[in-house]
Write a protein that binds this ligand. Structure first.
Ligand code: F6P
Length: 326
């Protein structure tokens, strides 16, 4: 593959606040560096079907503050087949696209890795997911906004929990990662978090009750990470009804509320930094890497690492939560 003259940009998988800021940053940094830019709609689907449009600087005006993604997003079955990827490659060539920037989570970066290897196409990934579950980056685009949305919701739930002296299980997203639940619990002053990372080690409900739930309080909030490993908030509410019937228990599932909204300053800055770094990486001849932030420095993380390695929860945070919820 020769020098890159034109890049294609797409968003894929679950949307995340800050994706638009990333699209803006990639587009403007590319133009600044003399590259052409093409926006690819509906993730890999647009690459397969040829839904591609030339982007100028104006195409990304006034979007830094918007949630969602102006490029739309989708999970594309066809791209998982060799025939689908061949169509995608043919469309890339037809449009004169030499390299791709993919903004998405682990599924999206897995697709990029396969495509890059099959067709020798430079692919650069940006971590865009509220789950924060990509290895090699301190945070992902959208995570901070989702955390703040959780805080806003929990603050409101606490009002009614306190008035009625109830125990609330609040289910948050994260797929199979507990970052939103654990940090959401610390930041909202919740009493506990139930997370998949420790679900096989301890009975988290029993521990929470044993640790003195309601000794000094008349209401409690527990954040539960959605996951087959935890069983979700409903599972714990049922358990409390059966095992501790003296407690008045309720459930709130925050759901897709967590995926929307205007990105926080943190997510806008992160997306802008990573977007500009993606173009630097392309100009340097990098390929098959995700751009991340590690200790406030931009880093290149090989796709295989970002996708395959499990990002660990900081155990120290669990102690902080336990100590502060007495
Ligand atoms: O990966 C982001 C995420 O919001 C997860 O937290 C959640 O499990 C999943 O996507 C939901 O996916 P969908 O929007 O397809 O229901």
């Amino acid at each position: 593959m020769g020098a890159v003259k034109c890049i294609g940009i797409l968003t894929s998988g679950g949307d995340a606040p800050g994706m638009n800021a990333a699209i803006r940053a990639v587009t403007r940094a590319a133009i600044y560096n003399g590259l052409g830019v093409k926006g690819i709609y509906r993730g890999y689907k647009g690459l397969v079907t040829g839904e591609i449009k030339e982007f100028k600087s104006q195409n990304v005006s006034n979007i830094i503050q918007l949630g969602g993604t102006i490029l739309k997003t989708a999970r594309c079955k066809e791209f998982t087949t060799p025939e689908g990827r061949q169509l995608a490659y043919d469309n890339m060539k037809k449009e004169g696209i030499d390299a791709l920037v993919i903004i998405g989570g682990d599924g999206s970066l897995t697709g990029a890795r396969v495509f890059a290897e099959e067709f020798d196409v430079p692919c650069i990934g940006l971590p865009g997911t509220i789950d924060n579950d990509l290895y090699g980056t301190d945070t992902t685009i959208g995570y901070d906004t989702a955390l703040n949305t959780i805080l806003d919701a929990v603050d409101k739930i606490r009002d009614t929990a306190t008035s009625h002296e109830r125990l609330f299980f609040v289910e948050v997203m994260g797929r199979d990662a507990g970052f939103l639940a654990l940090n959401g619990a610390i930041a909202s002053g919740a009493e506990a978090a139930i997370i998949p990372e420790v679900s096989t080690e301890v009975d988290q409900l029993e521990e929470f009750i044993k640790n003195g739930f309601r000794k000094s309080k008349n209401s409690s909030i527990v954040l539960v990470a959605e996951s087959e490993l935890t069983g979700g908030a409903m599972h714990y509410a049922e358990r409390v009804k059966n095992e501790y019937p003296q407690y008045d228990v309720r459930v709130t599932i925050l759901g897709h509320l967590q995926r929307g909204g205007s990105p926080t300053a943190h997510d806008r800055i992160l997306a802008s930094r990573l977007g500009a770094a993606a173009i630097d990486a392309i100009m340097e001849g990098q390929r098959n890497v995700m751009i991340g932030i590690d200790h406030d420095e931009v880093v290149y993380v090989p796709f295989v690492k970002a996708i395959k390695k499990n990002k660990p929860i900081q155990r120290e945070l669990m102690n902080v939560l336990r100590e502060l919820s007495i």
